[in-house]
Design a binder for this molecule. Sequence first.
Ligand code: NAD
Length: 330
Amino acid sequence: MTWLITGGAGYIGAHVARSMADAGERVVVLDDLSSGFAERLPAEIPLVEGSVLDRELLDRTLAAHRVTGVVHLAGKKRVGESVERPLAYYRENLHGLTVLLEAVVAAGVRRFLFSSSAAVYGVPDVELITETTPAAPINPYGETKLASEWLVRATGQAHSVATGCLRYFNVAGAALPELSDTGVFNIVPMFFDRITRGEAPTIFGADYPTPDGTCVRDYIHVADIAEAHLAAARRLAERDLSGEYGDLTVNIGRGEGVSVRELADLVADVTGDRTPPVVGARRPGDAARAVAAVGLITEELGWTARRGMREMVESAWEGWRLRHPVAPVG
Ligand SMILES: NC(=O)c1ccc[n+]([C@@H]2O[C@H](COP(=O)([O-])OP(=O)(O)OC[C@H]3O[C@@H](n4cnc5c(N)ncnc54)[C@H](O)[C@@H]3O)[C@@H](O)[C@H]2O)c1
């Protein structure tokens, strides 16, 4: 079995590639390095530099490495940017997937795992989001993820490909400091960025109908996400061997709600910076609460998250300090 990991030089993809390789799977990465870094990968994992939009390159790569399964993480992920540049998001995320799936079907690859997101749900008013909670994305990013899931499942059914759509909740942390998220688009790096600049962290809205008035989210360590991919990839391989081609669409979270205020307290504790956060205006499109029901993934894959909030924030801070050595030491 050889797995092609698209976007494998990215933050999550590099964790997935390493975790699968460490577990004994053969992997090859395809990445256009638009937001990824070749240095995130060890020398023994081959990197093909190029885009999922390049059909000829895909055909060559699938054949040369005798690929038998694909884990597709490549894509664009900034919600705000997707509102400003919907065409770019649909092109990279949905058209890119279409080209990739055409190559997969032509090459006879029969296992396909897709990186989806809690963004497919939009802002549901429920205590726990299950996989049957209606999907109603509220921005082009979430729309591309939902439309991609439809395409993955339809292709799987029509062409006998075992498929999986993994809906990640709020990803944080790093297995190694050099693998950490370099963007400042998720809340943990946003807090670190403010601290490094000597500014108070901002909480966007403290008047939500939650216990402390701030938004509640489900944070998941990227190393746990990587382990979930390994479990899902192996399940797809088993299904293929037994002639089943179903789809596995599951949430990946911890099933525990943490408020932004609680997260800010933990960040203060880990970094040693006790500047009280300032409360700003609500951001449009933020749900009061978004917490995953995680029963299905445990039942299907025997997987549960093993790492907690402190480990996420500490490992993320270690990675941040590697790139911002002047930051105050916690
Ligand atoms: N980070 C999160 O919180 C989160 C949450 C839910 C879902 N996701 C999804 O997980 C996936 C990985 O996210 P990430 O946080 O690691 O982002 P990232 O930007 O670090 O990784 C994306 C990788 O894909 C590569 N890439 C982009 N377009 C490409 C193309 N056309 N062809 C080949 N490679 C391409 C980039 O160079 C990068 O290495 C994305 O699909 C994202 O939507 C991320």
